[in-house]
Design a protein around this ligand. Structure first.
Ligand code: HOZ
Length: 429
């Protein structure tokens, strides 16, 4: 077997970094591969350390809505970095990014910047608890809100990929107030609210689930969350770390026309730099220190380089028909793969919204995590490997979403569909 440069680097990394990676899913364990080490990205492509090029549908797990190394984003980063990498003091770029976010998303009256999506969700939950004076959190199975202790219950993403029930290191006492119930199950949700609603601080949801694959909300689900949380005085939190500015210019809340009380962001708003943010109603946000007493802080929060990347990204999303073009490319990709499945007799349940998509190898409609688990994981693994060897870079997990950027061309999409057709013909047993 050829010892590739990626393989050599991975062997070295295994000695120095647990599992050889700094985030579990990218180790590619569930697809029985070793990870590729990436040297650079350009537009829709990444290039590994062995000189291979791939059409990339991971996009750094969502942030790169404009593709890799977008000229304006990189120029803004360079401009900002020349003035210094961090001040730990306010700078005008924080205001500019907050203003831009608020101009896009009507439910945002105030925004607090943090450094990751995990931090955003963790802080939003603390704020909701502080604001309501209640302890219970309701979440949904297969939704992932980062790896903070209280939210790592019934979680998606790496926890689903590696089939880990929870995580050692989280005391049962810490999660005793977290209730996780099936996604899209309106009846169950109403039942749980009837019992716990008046003790519930918040209901947190991915308005489109992206960490158990891509699963859309059924009609009435988000509406039920909105009306019951209002009825019981609980805070409705939309975790838009993945969907924010990805599925619609006003994020998923704009697409579905539901206003949450608080929202969490990350990924796209940082243009590839480490950023998160949470925001929402002034009355709730003003409970945060130093205005209020709910404590939250961060040395690198509002980092000028990250703010510059976010501003340069969001400004480009204002271009008329940006989302129409992105959605139509994503639709073209997903319909093409679905048709290739039909042609070769492979069962596929496919979904897409804006620049986000998912493909499950199952013959049922996927509405929740239990449905997602009916996907043929062995078939997914073969599909992943063969697509990779044809130069198509997909998320190495059935339980992650895929992402299309504005840099992908129709030719890239057609090449991907053709590869899928060829691969399906070879993996059909
Ligand atoms: N958990 C993220 C995806 N939903 C990031 C995975 C990674 O970076 O490895």
């Amino acid at each position: 077997m050829v010892e590739t440069n990626s393989k050599k680097l991975f062997e070295k990394a295994l000695n120095l970094i647990p599992g050889g990676v700094n985030s579990p899913v990218r180790a590619c364990k569930s697809v029985n591969k070793d990870p590729l080490f990436i040297q650079r990205g350009s537009g829709p492509r990444i290039f590994d350390v062995d000189g291979n090029a791939y059409i990339d549908y991971v996009g750094s797990w969502g942030p790169l809505i404009l593709g890799h190394a977008d000229y304006t984003v990189i120029s803004s980063i360079i401009d900002a970095i020349r003035r210094g990498t961090s001040f730990g003091a306010p700078c005008d770029l924080e205001i500019e990014l907050a203003e831009l976010m608020i101009s896009f998303v009507p439910s945002l009256e105030m925004v607090r910047m943090v450094s990751s999506g995990t931090e955003a969700a963790m802080s939003a939950v603390r704020l909701a608890r502080g604001y309501t004076g209640r302890d219970i959190i309701i979440k949904f199975d297969g939704c992932y809100h980062g790896h903070s202790d209280v939210l790592l219950v019934g979680a998606g993403s790496g926890v689903a990929t590696l089939n880990i029930p929870g995580s050692p290191g989280i005391p049962a006492d810490v999660t005793k107030n977290t209730i996780s119930i099936p996604y899209n199950d309106i009846e169950k949700f109403n039942e749980v609210m009837a019992e716990y609603g008046d003790r519930t601080a918040c209901v947190i949801v991915e308005p489109v689930a992206g960490n158990m694959g891509c699963v859309l909300p059924v009609p009435g689900f988000l509406e039920a969350l909105r009306s019951k949380t209002s009825e019981y005085g609980s805070v409705l939190i939309f975790d838009e770390v993945m969907t924010g500015f990805r599925v619609h210019k006003n994020s998923a809340q704009g697409y579905f026309n539901i206003e949450p009380d608080l929202s969490c962001f990350g990924k796209v708003i940082g243009g590839g730099m480490p950023v998160g943010a949470f925001g929402g109603k002034r009355e709730i946000m003003e409970c945060l220190a130093p205005k209020g007493n709910v404590y939250q802080a961060g040395t690198l929060s509002g980092n000028p380089v990250a703010m510059a990347a976010g501003i340069a990204t969001l400004k480009q999303l204002k271009e008329p028909s940006f989302y129409e073009k992105l959605s139509s490319k994503t639709k073209m990709l997903v319909s093409g793969i679905k048709n290739a499945g039909d042609e070769t007799g492979i069962n596929i349940c496919a979904s897409h919204i804006g620049g986000m998509f998912g493909i499950f190898f199952t013959d049922i409609e996927v509405h929740n995590y239990e449905d997602a688990k009916t996907s043929d994981l062995e078939l997914f693994s073969k599909y992943y490997s063969k697509m990779l060897s044809r130069g198509i870079y997909l998320a190495p997990s059935q339980f992650e979403a895929g992402f299309v950027s504005s840099a992908h061309t129709e030719a890239d999409i057609n090449a991907t569909i053709n590869s899928a057709l060829t691969v399906f013909k070879t993996i059909k047993n």
